[in-house]
Ligand binder design. Structure first.
Ligand code: SAH
Length: 411
């Protein structure tokens, strides 16, 4: 059995059950990529079982803090089962559900989403890569499903020295050469009271942003209650917030006078967003889709003197790590300043950051300073986060990647 011996004093985070062991904490030892190693303090005291990752700065990720635990197939079956059972207790109003959320579920580097009867998984660590077959079987066994598609094409894989990998892992094309047609890649899910489609092979991440599910519902609620008619959805991807806005208008009985403008720089995403308007029974004239850069569009709208009752800003990850925080902060501040200027008095901004490198506190400060620059004062109506199936845990503060603020312009 291979061992990792830590430097003196470097055991503290493990004793608090944080699952990462950085390269700089290690005195000696190692293993092959993904191999299970016994992690010990400088004095040789057992700390954890972890998966070794020879090329990552996060040199090992913990599977278990229990010395008696064996890291084998039953371990992965039990971990997947725990994670899936927890979802039954979370409030998830959709048949698109995140079943496993990495470190938060004790499985570092594993993301599993279920879309109806299809599972989509990302294996982004050396440890999950090594146990891929065992994990795939455990997921099928614990869900009772048969189809599992792999989307291990996230850029973080390269930090672990792993090549991208995509395709059916289980339940794929049959036939002698495995070249039959295969299960559908194009799927439809029901989220809250609307329907949305995705392509698990081509969409972002595993195909869809499940983490914003409940913020989309919140947006529909605000639209209904406050009677928003003129909505701007920036970074709309496949238009989930646009459909939510129209659903809120329909519930308020104002959809006939309403309008949603949606902006994204991805043509295929916009095409799908447009299709979602029709799929949910809305008049296509109620929605406009712009293939454009958000920053440039916001400036253009300001020049034209446009105003909106509500604006959504849900940009991509500007700061993957804290090292990118400064430049990212400027980018966030810019779009928030422009958006606040474009709001009518009493109008509402839903603004988000999904950057792990920007804390909730820093994001709050960035939006505050955008308000100061815009000369706009606002009420912070609420703070938002990821949907409950993307849980944060007590031990792993990095799990708080998605944060949002709902700001109402005062005057
Ligand atoms: N709100 C969406 C998810 C947004 S993901 C939802 O609920 O599903 C971020 C989106 O920003 C992606 O679709 C990406 O294509 C788009 N994007 C990235 N940079 C952009 C830019 N400069 N201008 C416009 N869109 C951009």
């Amino acid at each position: 059995m291979k061992t990792l011996r830590l430097r003196a004093g470097k055991e503290r985070s493990l004793l608090r059950r944080h699952p990462w062991i950085f390269e700089s904490a290690i005195a000696k030892g190692g293993g092959d990529s993904g191999e299970t190693v016994r992690v010990e303090s400088h004095e040789g005291q057992f700390l954890a079982w972890a998966a070794y990752s020879p090329s990552s700065r996060i040199r090992a990720r913990v599977w278990s803090f229990d010395e008696a635990q064996r890291i084998d197939a039953p371990f992965f079956i039990a971990a997947c089962a725990r994670s899936i059972i927890a979802r039954a207790r979370f409030d998830v109003q959709s048949d698109g559900v995140r079943l496993v959320h990495g470190e938060s579920d004790g499985l570092p580097g594993l993301i599993v989403d279920r879309y109806g009867d299809t599972l989509v998984a990302q294996f982004t660590s050396a440890g999950t890569e090594r146990w891929k077959g065992v994990i795939a079987d455990a997921l099928l066994r614990e869900t009772g499903l048969t189809k599992l598609y792999e989307r291990s094409d996230a850029s973080v894989r390269s930090l672990e020295g792993l090549e991208p990998a995509t395709g059916w892992l289980r339940g794929g094309p049959t036939g002698a050469a495995g070249d039959g047609e295969g299960p559908p890649l194009e799927l439809t899910i029901r989220e809250h009271q609307w329907r949305l489609t995705l392509n698990i092979a081509e969409g972002h991440k595993t195909g869809f942003y499940l983490d914003q599910r409940d913020s989309r519902q919140r947006f529909a609620d605000y639209t209904q209650r406050l009677g928003f008619k003129h909505v701007l959805n920036c970074f709309c991807y496949t238009g989930g917030f646009s459909v939510a806005a129209l659903a809120g208008m329909r519930a308020a009985g104002t959809v006939a006078d309403g309008h949603v403008t949606s902006i994204d720089s991805s043509g295929p995403a916009l095409e799908r967003a447009r299709a979602h308007v029709a799929l949910n029974g809305f008049d296509p004239n109620r929605a406009t889709f712009l293939d454009a850069d958000v920053n440039a569009s916001l400036r253009q709208f300001l020049k034209e003197g446009q105003r909106f009752d509500a604006i959504i800003l849900d940009p991509p990850k500007f700061a993957p790590t804290a090292a990118h925080a400064e430049r990212a902060a400027r980018a966030y501040k810019d779009i928030n300043r422009l958006a606040l200027q474009l709001l009518s008095p009493g109008g509402v901004l839903f603004t988000f950051s999904c950057s792990g490198g920007i804390s909730a506190d820093l994001f709050h400060k960035i939006v505050a300073s955008a308000g100061a620059d815009a000369g706009v004062d606002g009420y912070i109506l609420e703070r938002l986060g990821g949907a409950p199936d993307h849980p944060m845990t007590l031990e792993f503060p990095e799990g708080e990647y998605l944060k949002g603020l709902v700001v109402m312009r005062k005057s």
